[in-house]
Design a protein around this ligand. Structure first.
Ligand SMILES: C[S@@+](CC[C@H](N)C(=O)[O-])C[C@H]1O[C@@H](n2cnc3c(N)ncnc32)[C@H](O)[C@@H]1O
Ligand code: SF4
Length: 386
């Protein structure tokens, strides 16, 4: 008997796949179109597609919604409102539902933000990326640091909850420079910050530049020093990491992202959206067509853009549980791992990782990756999952 996932939070992810320009480091499903986007047509498709997971998992109460991208702040507030109305027609919505929208500083105006708030959004996540104009230029961003901070000020004035993203471990960045940038960010920020180490993703312009020796990223020691600086400064300012790249004042964590990391249930709507649905005691991994226009025509023809609907094996569920849960500072409940996989974590492997100070057990019996273990998280997970 596999463990039931029926309890816990239920989230809905909606993907808006368009951006004003493509940043050279980004491999998200985001596209630039010369012609204007037919937003009404996309809205019809998004609302139509909601019916499919709603039929597969009826009776859920939506606890979180996340408009991600791409750049969802290019959507009209009325479009966002219509999508939220459509969700409420199919499922109940929790009175304290968290509704987050990702916003790019280039598309932020106070009126627009107030429109999102009236539509039901109650949290925004802004892509600030850096507080230095030269670096923003290198990252291919269309906004200056002042424009990003102006967007943060608008977010603060309109929403009770907001977060922003910064990318660190950038070319030539020293821990001293990063420390002062991060302190400025914390002073400007709210209760939540996402701090991502720059990743050189295949098939991006940064990948080609890096391969050609024209873009140097910090070596392992420097990256480690930048990571340590991040942890020290954030913890000292009351924003400890609750996940490897996410920092919050306790109680202000992004509840939607916790749905993923705690391997709860979520529906994915829109091009290239992933879902995990618990149907008749089995866990389904779903994914929709990635290409926006191909997704649109599929939804118009079939009512949904699903291209993948796989039932996960116990081993796959257990691996995902480790992969997701060990990103969290709260760690995982080893008993839940046993219930999912039908086996215990290998005591010998755990003992070695523990001796090296890479994992530890919390007071409530959870197993978690220690602070020194986080920079080598992938290796720790691979070892435990083996
Ligand atoms: C999908 S983007 C959406 C936000 C919005 N489009 C923007 O850029 O302002 C989410 C975040 O992922 C991060 N990100 C994207 N590519 C990255 C990379 N290669 N390395 C590190 N962080 C990355 C950025 O911080 C970005 O804000
Ligand atoms: S980082 Fe954001 S704005 Fe840039 S291409 Fe990716 S999704 Fe679009």
């Amino acid at each position: 008997m596999t463990e039931s996932h029926a309890s816990g939070a239920f989230g809905v992810y909606l993907h808006w796949p368009f951006c004003l320009s493509k940043c050279p480091y980004c491999d998200f499903n985001s596209h630039v179109r010369r012609a204007p986007i037919d937003e009404a047509r996309f809205l019809r498709a998004l609302t139509a597609e909601i019916a499919t997971p709603a039929e597969l998992v009826p009776g859920r109460t939506v606890s979180t919604v996340f408009f991600g991208g791409g750049t969802p702040s290019l959507m009209q507030p009325a479009t966002v409102g219509a999508v939220l109305d459509a969700l409420a027609k199919h499922w109940s919505v929790a009175p304290d539902v968290e509704v987050t929208l990702e916003a790019n500083p280039t598309s932020v105006e106070a009126t627009r933000f107030r429109g999102y708030r009236s539509a039901g959004v109650n949290r925004v996540s802004l892509g600030v990326q850096a507080l230095d104009d030269r670096v923003l230029g290198e990252l291919g961003r269309l906004h200056s640091a002042d424009e990003a901070l102006a967007a943060v000020a608008i977010a603060r004035s309109v929403f009770e909850r907001f977060s922003f993203d910064l990318i660190y471990a950038r070319p030539r960045q020293t821990p001293q420079e990063w420390a002062s940038e991060l302190k400025r960010a914390i002073a400007e920020g709210g209760e939540h910050l996402s701090l991502y180490q720059l990743t050189i993703e295949p098939e991006t312009p940064f990948f080609a530049l890096h391969a050609a020796g024209k873009l140097a990223v910090p070596d392992e020691d420097n990256a480690r020093a930048l990571y340590d600086t991040t942890q020290e400064i954030c913890a000292a300012h009351g924003l400890p990491a609750y996940e490897i790249s996410n920092h919050a004042r306790p109680g202000s964590e992004c509840r939607h992202n916790l749905v993923y990391w705690r391997t709860h249930e979520y529906a994915g709507i829109g091009p290239g959206a992933h879902g995990r649905l618990n149907i008749a005691g089995e866990r389904h991994a779903t994914a929709t067509e990635k290409r926006p226009e191909a997704w649109l025509t599929r939804v118009e023809a079939d009512g949904h853009g699903l291209v993948t609907d796989d039932i996960l094996t116990r081993e796959e569920m257990a691996d995902e549980f480790l992969l997701m849960g060990l990103r969290l500072a709260e760690g995982i409940d080893p008993q839940r791992f046993t219930a999912l996989s039908g086996r215990s974590l290998d005591p010998d492997r755990s003992a070695v990782l523990r001796e090296h100070g890479l994992i530890e057990t919390t007071a409530d019996g959870h197993l978690r990756v220690s602070l020194p273990g986080f920079p080598v998280l992938d290796a720790v997970v691979a070892d435990l999952a083996a």
